[in-house]
Design a protein around this ligand. Structure first.
Ligand SMILES: [Zn+2]
Length: 105
């Protein structure tokens, strides 16, 4: 899907600690290595990688649902929320850590 790259959990740039899936989810909120507490930054490349599927997941089926079906608005909101959560769940697999802040784009 993403240029054939293998999805994998992030590794700490400093100590090489490999994140568990749950730690990867935690990374979205607290960007410190659970092992050495070094601050982690996200690479520009992985920002791209994670923004793309998240955007696609939320927007594409969302619009399709709204226009191609006669789904009620509350059901639509529920579906999009579900897709959003789904995209959050794959984010940890797309993170690449960096020791310094990189530009967003
Ligand atoms: Zn570390």
């Amino acid at each position: 899907m993403l240029g054939g790259e293998r999805m994998k959990l992030p590794e700490c740039w400093s100590c090489g600690h490999e994140y568990s899936y749950l730690q990867g989810l935690g990374f979205l909120f607290d960007r410190k290595c659970p092992n050495c507490r070094e601050k982690q930054y996200v690479t520009t490349r992985s920002n791209y990688k994670s923004a793309l599927p998240a955007g696609l997941l939320v927007c594409m089926p969302g619009f399709a649902l709204l226009f191609l079906t006669d789904m009620s608005y509350p059901a639509y909101v529920l579906a999009v929320t579900g897709l959003f959560i789904l995209s959050l769940l794959i984010l940890p697999l797309l993170i690449e850590t960096s020791e310094k802040q990189e530009p967003l784009v």
